[in-house]
Design a protein around this ligand. Structure first.
Ligand SMILES: *Cc1c(COP(=O)(O)O)cnc(C)c1O
Length: 360
């Protein structure tokens, strides 16, 4: 077996232990004589998988009892539309625009023709920081942020305080650190970055918010439909939920989310140190106080795209894939989610140091 180090932004690396356990059970799930993929979503066999995934998320992410955990489909992008559909009361919705994903969420509010406002933006500095002192109105229908900006490599260190319900797109940093639930009213994330394969979208919603959901929106697009049916209104993405559960179990064996957070801080430090100690050969995209622990976006000095392409190619040939930066800012991006090992980071740092010394 020859596994590469996958630095891709998403779908992203999955812990080997998780893949192996799934492989072991793929054809004959725990002696049941069929694959979990073939099991009815109403069967006892699947019900255990479903309940365990929910219970592990609640336990490990310390989700309070007054929040519901939902498994939906349509990706995080579907949430861009579901949030205004379900939460808009006809008043004003407020958004912080910290990158492409926030911009896409704002586009959906625009399509629905709701009253919305962008109260903070980092657009003028190519989204290289999280704006300070974001001021959401307490009476907004909801306030919207993207906790980690996957493309630009910026991340909120604390969430803005507001009495308005705070909606958080945590697609690229869910389960990477423990959050302060007292500030959050709805969090959503596609699973494929930090929680398993694509196909399942996790929504964690304060139950109180379900009472405002209007009747005149399609059943599948109403949070309440899924809350009322334990996310079994229709066939859920059963295999994805199984993999999500295995990923949560893996987090538990790592010592829980606190331990994973500590490792994430150490892993990110190794990479940022390599950038900072390169005598200007590597230039990080994000301002230091906004740096993401999940996506490290950087350029080579003078945005030398030829050298950047050369480094990406060299990395690929050395078993490190997915390092090409997003087309909107170029350069390189190392996505270092929970599943990226220290070994992978160290291999990348060694390559970066060698490359810098040869091309300085
Ligand atoms: C990847 C990503 C999305 C889009 O997720 P899909 O599941 O592909 O719709 C949205 N927001 C953020 C922050 C992301 O990183």
């Amino acid at each position: 077996m020859n596994r590469v180090f996958n630095f891709g932004a998403g779908p992203a690396a999955i812990p080997l232990e998780v893949l192996k356990e799934a492989q072991e059970n793929l054809v004959d799930f725990k002696g049941e004589g069929l694959s979990i993929m073939e099991a009815s979503h109403r069967s006892k066999m699947y019900d255990e998988v479903h309940s365990e995934a929910l219970a592990l998320i609640r336990e490990l992410y310390e989700v309070p009892e007054d929040y519901d955990i939902l498994f939906l489909q349509g990706g995080a992008s579907m949430q861009f539309a579901m949030v205004p559909l379900n939460l808009s009361l006809g008043g004003k919705a407020q958004y912080a625009d910290t990158g492409s994903w926030s911009t896409k969420a704002i586009k959906e509010a625009k399509i629905q023709n709701i009253d919305f406002e962008i109260v903070a933006s980092s657009k003028d500095s190519s989204h290289n920081h999280i704006p300070k002192d974001i001021n959401f109105s307490d009476d907004a229908d909801y306030a919207y942020i993207t906790s980690n900006n996957t493309i630009y490599g910026t991340q909120y260190k604390t969430f803005p305080s507001t009495k308005a319900p705070l909606v958080v797109d945590a697609s690229s940093d869910i389960f990477s650190y423990l959050v302060d639930w007292s500030k959050i009213d709805l969090m959503f994330a596609g699973a494929q970055k930090n929680a398993g394969p694509s196909g399942v979208t996790i929504v964690i919603i304060k139950k109180e918010l379900l009472t405002r959901v209007k009747e005149n929106i399609p059943s599948m697009l109403r949070y309440k439909t899924h809350s009322d049916t334990n996310s079994l209104y229709n066939t859920p993405p059963t295999f994805g939920i199984y993999m999500l559960g295995l990923t949560m179990k893996w987090i538990k064996t790592q010592g829980g989310i606190k331990a994973v957070q500590k490792a994430n801080e150490e892993k990110a430090k190794l990479l940022y140190d390599a950038i900072d100690n390169s005598d200007g050969f590597y230039v990080g995209h994000a301002q230091k106080d906004s740096r993401s622990l999940m996506n490290v976006s950087f350029n080579i000095k003078d945005k030398d795209s030829e050298l950047e392409a050369k480094l990406v190619k060299l990395a690929t040939n050395s078993g490190m894939i997915g390092l090409k930066g997003h087309r909107s800012i170029g350069g390189l991006r190392a996505s270092i989610y929970n599943a990226m090992s220290f070994e992978g980071i160290k291999a990348l740092v060694a390559l970066m140091e060698k490359f810098a010394s040869e091309h300085r």
